[in-house]
Design a protein around this ligand. Sequence first.
Ligand SMILES: Nc1ncnc2c1ncn2[C@@H]1O[C@H](COP(=O)(O)OP(=O)(O)OP(=O)(O)O)[C@@H](O)[C@H]1O
Length: 452
Amino acid sequence: MEERILIVDDDITFALMLRTWLSKRGFGVGTASSVAAARTALEAGGFSLVLSDMRLPDEDGIALLQWMAGAGVAAPVIVMTSYAEIQNAVRCMKLGARDYVAKPVNPDELLKKIREALDVPAAPAAKSASKPAPRAAGSFSEQPLNYIEGRSDAARQLYEHIRLVAPTNMSVLVNGASGTGKEHVAQLIHRESKRAGKPFVAVDCGAIPRDLAASEFFGHVKGAFTGALADKTGAFEAADGGTLFLDEVGNLGYETQVQLLRALQERRIRPVGSNREIPVDIRLVAATNEDLEAAIARGTFRADLYHRINSFTLRMPCLRQMRGDIPLFADFFLDQANRELDKRIVGFDAAVAAALAAYDWPGNLRQLKNAVMSATLLAAGEYITCRDLPAEVTGGPAEPAEAPLSLRDPASEEEQIRRALATAGGNKSQAAKLLGIDRKTLYNKLHLYGIE
Ligand SMILES: Nc1ncnc2c1ncn2[C@@H]1O[C@H](COP(=O)(O)OP(=O)(O)OP(=O)(O)O)[C@@H](O)[C@H]1O
């Protein structure tokens, strides 16, 4: 049976991120942004664990624990607290909290504590198709979540293809416009492959001077050419056993393409100036925002290399093809920005949410990330307003900037409603206002999605 966790935190973006992360690991998740909302949720029942912040808008985590003890709610509680408040964590443990984690939360540590508290084995049946492969030290599992998966059809299909191709040894060509997340996908392929414990080496083919390309790929020996002051290991050797990522592969010079093809075919390389051949075992992932077939037709890209690097193509959707995911990504980037800039912006006001959802995002995820980052920096109040957004976003086409939070996309609708309810502390009239719909419509939708 699915274990349900109640997250009690008034940091909505953090709660949303945690919720996404825990759902991907097979848990059911509810959220409450105040002690009062947590009490209501716990009274309704069905939660096997509570994950609570210490400082909440109405009361604190200690009050919640006291109430739980009095009301006979037996679910174990894990308290999340900053290092500065560790004393309170100790008090919570005395009051019956099962455990505590320090904020910023290390996801792995948290997961371990949740599993211990629930007494579930280390690898529960995950809901998502993701099978964690053995991971390299310092990779995702040890770091805070640095990416999020969209839920639109286009995103789901992409991740499905990634998970199918990742465990194979096939060369993958990631094709997509600038800022769609090609490098992130290349890293994910590596992490989900059997090579995960080995190096991931990225080469930006657009950035290497042509006359140094051979040395970059294959290395050189000291004195091989003017400026070769010491031996250098090339990217192929550095990636041995792992994955070599060639970014902007369409920018490679013709001569380098020939050398690369040979190395890929023979699976061995020779450093510049050396007569020693070195066997290499690499899995190739390449990325391009160019139409390589057109480049082949123009004669600037070799067809044989193209076929060698392209056993499987992943097409990256543009952000506007994943419009329903914009709120999810925006929240995620806001959370990142809050951490990086040490701010506590709660969210986007309704006009901003509408503007973000309506804009075309030619620079894709990178542009959205930058827009949210700069707006977070500029925001003076608790919410990001249109004044904080870059002009091109607010002046964008389609809906007027004053339009309410868009509920056009069923894929994101439930999420938006939950978010609005959480922001409004469970007050339905206020949530309806935030969503730009009337109370009756909200009630209908609550019923439709089974939201209590
Ligand atoms: N799924 C994701 N979740 C969160 N952030 C993402 C995601 N995908 C991409 N990003 C962020 O968006 C930005 C652009 O991503 P990335 O550099 O991978 O794009 P790209 O397609 O390789 O761009 P370019 O072609 O210009 O090199 C990065 O800051 C990255 O962290």
